[in-house]
Design a protein around this ligand. Structure first.
Ligand SMILES: NC(=O)C1=CN([C@@H]2O[C@H](COP(=O)(O)OP(=O)(O)OC[C@H]3O[C@@H](n4cnc5c(N)ncnc54)[C@H](O)[C@@H]3O)[C@@H](O)[C@H]2O)C=CC1
Ligand SMILES: O=C(CO)COP(=O)(O)O
Length: 391
């Protein structure tokens, strides 16, 4: 096992966060044939911030082309203008991240094939429910030397069992895929408030360091960790814990209860991850992707906010309805992840060992009232991991 201090690489010097934007994007295509090109697939709030971070860095890395392409799921704004046109005209994502300049070297493109065709560094950052369709339409369209990273928090459940989004991308497209997860509320990083993140990688440290270099700024400190499954499962599962925290807030149960729910949730995150992948490291849960993301999402995230409204309404208004009303086009991941986790638990016979995860799903589908979030008397207490057998 690699000791924690050896896994941590300090933020790289010289990669400055900049709000000074060059205007030469795309002008040097002829002499830049061998330069790396980055495309961000997705343009929600986090996708737009990811584009801003990378766009500021590639201007200062000579091996990268200045231009960053960002694929936009096209929509027409209330004004009648296309979102892509509005982004390219104002240099802001006026719908998902208004008021934040992305960098003049960011070019929004609604044509997925065109956006990815020259890229050798691909950043996937869409809500997880759309990745299946996106991957299918990208088959055979990518360069042969593409490296990918997924910022997507969620999972796919296939007949064969659970599938991490990075694995799904790798399998569908035949490419290597790292992950970046962390305590990363997009709106705070957009305002350049200091945050940390974790890059999870499988074998190739050099690639991990390249991703660290592309994302790191003085206000965004990125640490590589050789535990891709652990890092990704942290980012995925904490959204279920955030739903639970939202129920607690909606019922005004107080801070001690919320702390208890967060602790139970973190423990179930660890036990579930280690049952699925024995390689998952305990230390990963102490990185930004683990405990820090649980904390920030349980206090400031969208999953918490919508779950709070659900509980306040006594479960009488559906999550779908509240999502549309509260998030205005942004997407929740926790409710569908709770369902996906539940399917795995039921299939594996692990339901009794994960009372928090199971209860969250049963509340979301109105089998239980929100107050059940603290009522585990009908379930067995959590078994120590050693007593839960992998099937
Ligand atoms: N927003 C945040 O603070 C953070 C989000 N994430 C993760 O990043 C991922 C992306 O989320 P956000 O950028 O927040 O998105 P968002 O929730 O802000 O926006 C929704 C996005 O989905 C797109 N969309 C809608 N219908 C679509 C379709 N049929 N096909 C493809 N795209 C469609 C919209 O155009 C928009 O870009 C999620 O997995 C989320 O968990 C991770 C860290 C922080
Ligand atoms: O993942 C996030 C912060 O790290 C964002 O969480 P929400 O989707 O709940 O806002």
């Amino acid at each position: 096992m690699v000791p924690a201090f050896e896994q941590i690489m300090p933020p790289l010097e010289g990669e400055t966060a900049t709000t000074t934007h060059h205007s030469n994007a795309g002008n040097n295509g002829g002499i830049d044939g061998n330069k790396s090109r980055v495309t961000v697939v997705g343009s929600g709030s986090w996708g737009s911030v990811a584009a801003k971070l990378i766009a500021s860095n590639i201007l200062n890395i000579t091996s990268f082309h200045d231009e960053l392409k960002m694929w936009v799921f096209e929509e027409t704004l209330q004004s009648g203008e296309k979102l892509t046109d509005a982004i390219n005209r104002t240099n802001e994502n006026v719908k998902y991240l208004p008021g934040i300049k992305l960098g003049n070297n960011v070019v929004a493109d609604p044509d997925l094939d065109n956006a990815v065709k020259d890229a050798n560094m691909l950043v996937f950052v869409t809500p997880h429910q759309f990745i299946d369709h996106i991957c299918k339409s990208l088959v055979g369209k990518l360069r042969s030397d593409v490296e990918a990273i997924s910022l997507i928090k969620g999972m796919e459940v296939k007949i064969e069992g659970p599938c991490l989004i990075s694995t799904f991308i790798s399998e569908q497209l035949g490419i290597n895929c790292s992950v970046l997860m962390g305590a990363n509320l997009a709106n705070e990083i957009a305002e350049e408030k200091f945050s940390e993140a974790t890059v999870g990688y499988r074998d190739n440290r050099e690639i991990a360091e390249q991703w660290v270099q592309l994302f790191s700024t003085p206000y965004f400190m990125v640490t590589p960790v050789k535990d891709v499954e652990g890092v990704e499962l942290c980012g995925t599962l904490k959204n279920v814990v955030a739903i639970a925290a939202g129920f607690v807030d909606g019922l005004a149960m107080g801070n001690n209860t919320k702390a208890a729910i967060m602790r139970l949730g973190l423990r179930e995150m660890r036990d579930f991850s280690k049952l699925l992948f024995s390689s998952v490291e305990d230390n990963t849960f102490y990185e930004s992707c683990g405990v820090a993301d649980v904390i920030t999402t349980c206090f400031g995230g969208r999953n918490r906010k919508v779950a709070e409204a659900f509980a306040k309404n006594g479960g009488k208004r559906s999550f779908d309805e509240l999502e549309v009303e509260i998030l205005q086009g942004q997407k929740l991941q926790g409710v569908s992840t709770a369902r996906e986790v539940y399917e795995v638990l039921r299939h594996q016979g692990w339901l009794e060992s994960f009372p928090l995860f199971a209860t969250v799903h049963e509340i979301c589908i109105s089998h239980l009232p929100p107050s059940a979030i603290v009522n585990y008397s009908k379930r067995k207490p959590i078994l120590p991991l050693s007593e839960v057998s992998a099937h």
